[in-house]
Design a protein around this ligand. Structure first.
Ligand SMILES: Nc1ncnc2c1ncn2[C@@H]1O[C@H](COP(=O)(O)OP(=O)(O)O)[C@@H](O)[C@H]1O
Ligand code: SF4
Ligand SMILES: [Mg+2]
Length: 331
């Protein structure tokens, strides 16, 4: 498993609401190495899904990528003709969503939905496609693939629907899988099973995974590296072990400090006072300043992401400071 060839590089990507509208993502930089799991964590509204959709070329109008580059291996996705991007999507990169019912077709049987990917990306049809569909359902540990290949989505449980979505995503044999909160809608036991499934497949295939979550526990268990997002920006990025051990950004420190006090499934964000600024309301200084106990005059100018350790970046003028103040605030 190689960990040093980037498969995905998102460089200075700014995504905005229409041509002259407010920014939803601002100069986002992330990179994902081959065979690696990169977590993206941040509270609701921080831009995680917009980042995933920017990469996939699936942004809803009028949201568009205004500037930057998105490289999948050596191809710049933002410069590909729509047709080539469509051919790539589902084959070189695939995505699974939080709520399977919104992306599964309710009036098509499971086998047909997997079959579409097999026909489109692997030129498989008929009995061969059916057998491959059954094999994929086995792969995602469906209890009775011979039967479930003919089921409609509504005949399956939430956990099984999510497995079907993963099977569809795997059908094109993608090198990059983007999973946007894939287990948030599921109960805790099923959540753990689905995450384990994703991890096993990732390890077996050496697939690269961009895993979006609001749950730091999921990051700790699943990811090699993590990017922390706040208000449309990456505010900290590095190896999971380094960031859990020595978080640099006050926001990350707040998240980690508040984590053990929260029961599973509830929102940890209620423990950091204030809310994320709305799109278009970010001002020119550090976006975290209104909630930051360390904010001072130096924060009036937005700090760029810069190296604070080995392969560890943070966007803060006072990295590593103020652990106690933050703990006090987040109690
Ligand atoms: N279709 C849309 N039109 C306009 N703004 C949107 C749309 N979808 C999301 N946004 C805004 O973009 C920002 C980022 O949203 P999103 O990426 O969905 O956050 P996350 O996935 O981290 O919860 C939010 O402020 C949200 O209000
Ligand atoms: S730059 Fe200033 S306001 Fe922003 S996180 Fe760092 S200390 Fe807080
Ligand atoms: Mg989202």
């Amino acid at each position: 498993m190689s960990h040093d060839t980037p498969i995905l590089q998102v460089q200075q990507v700014t995504t905005a609401l229409g041509a002259g509208g407010p920014e939803i993502l601002s100069a986002v930089d992330i990179s994902l190495n081959s065979g690696e799991v990169l977590g993206v964590v941040g509270e609701s509204g921080s831009g995680k899904s917009m980042l995933a959709l920017s990469i996939m070329g699936l942004l809803p109008r009028p949201i568009t990528v205004r500037s930057g580059d998105i490289l999948l291996q050596d191809r710049n996705l933002l410069q590909l003709p729509a047709q080539e991007l469509r051919a790539l999507r589902g084959k070189d990169m695939a995505m699974i969503f939080q709520e399977p019912m919104t992306s599964l077709n309710p009036v098509m049987r499971v086998g047909q939905q997997i079959g579409e990917v097999l026909r489109w990306h692997r030129s498989m049809q008929g009995e061969a496609a059916r057998q491959e569909g059954i094999a994929l359902l086995k792969r995602v540990e469906m209890p009775d693939p011979q039967r479930q290949i003919d089921a409609y989505p509504h005949e399956l449980s939430g956990g099984m629907r999510q497995r079907v979505m993963i099977a569809i995503a795997l059908a094109g044999r993608p090198k990059l899988l983007i999973a946007d909160e894939p287990t948030t809608a599921l109960d805790v036991t099923i959540q753990a099973q689905i995450l384990e499934l994703i991890r096993n497949i990732q390890r077996d295939d050496g697939m690269s995974v961009l895993l979006i979550t609001h749950d730091l526990g999921v990051i700790a268990e699943m990811c090699d590296r993590v990017a922390v997002m706040y208000a449309g920006r990456v505010v900290e990025q590095g190896a999971v072990l380094d960031i859990f051990d020595r978080p640099a950004h006050p926001y990350t420190r707040g998240l980690l400090a508040s984590r053990p006090k929260i029961s599973a499934g509830s929102s940890w964000l209620s423990t950091i006072e204030g809310t994320v600024p709305a799109v278009g309301q970010m001002g020119t200084g550090c976006s975290f300043a209104p909630r930051c106990p360390l904010a001072g005059p130096a924060c009036a100018q937005r700090p760029p992401l810069r190296e604070v350790g080995v392969a560890h970046q943070a966007a803060c003028v006072r990295p590593f400071e103020g652990g106690h103040a933050l703990k006090a605030q987040t109690q």
